[in-house]
Write a protein that binds this ligand. Structure first.
Ligand code: NI
Length: 136
């Protein structure tokens, strides 16, 4: 029996969407208000989902306490109250769009979760805009 176990988390962070190799005008055309040089913030809501076989002895796919601790230590500590462009190494040369943030989160957690389990990241940048990444 395979089940998906999900844990919700959140972090507040600032970002600016732009490319260093584009002119201010082109950045403005493509990214609009998100290109504000003084940055802007979001309340990111994160859902981390792990799918796998239910262990016969424990009845768990993954202990949610362990999952919660991994998210706290490796994602919230790294991103919460940070300026993603300036404070987080992964975004030094990667535009911190919701797509790329979900990708970075997936890669950080993938190495920490058993390979026989599937990992899916859903990231809400606003209550209405969200992205999903599962490593494909
Ligand atoms: Ni934004």
């Amino acid at each position: 029996m395979r089940v998906t176990v999900s844990r919700k988390a959140h972090f507040n962070a600032a970002h600016r969407l732009y490319r260093k190799d584009w002119s201010m005008e082109k950045n403005q055309d493509v990214f609009g208000k998100c290109n504000n040089p003084n940055f802007h913030g979001h309340n990111y809501e994160l859902i981390v989902s792990v799918t796998g076989v239910v262990d016969k002895e424990t009845g768990y796919v993954i202990d949610t306490k362990i999952l919660s601790d991994l998210i706290k230590e490796h994602i919230e500590e790294a991103f919460d109250h940070k300026n993603l462009n300036e404070d987080v190494l992964e975004f030094k040369d990667l535009n911190p769009t919701a797509e790329h943030i979900a990708y970075v989160i997936w890669n950080k957690l993938r190495v920490l979760i058993d390979v026989d389990k599937e990992l899916e990241i859903t990231l809400y940048e606003t209550p209405r805009n969200f992205v999903t990444y599962k490593g494909l």
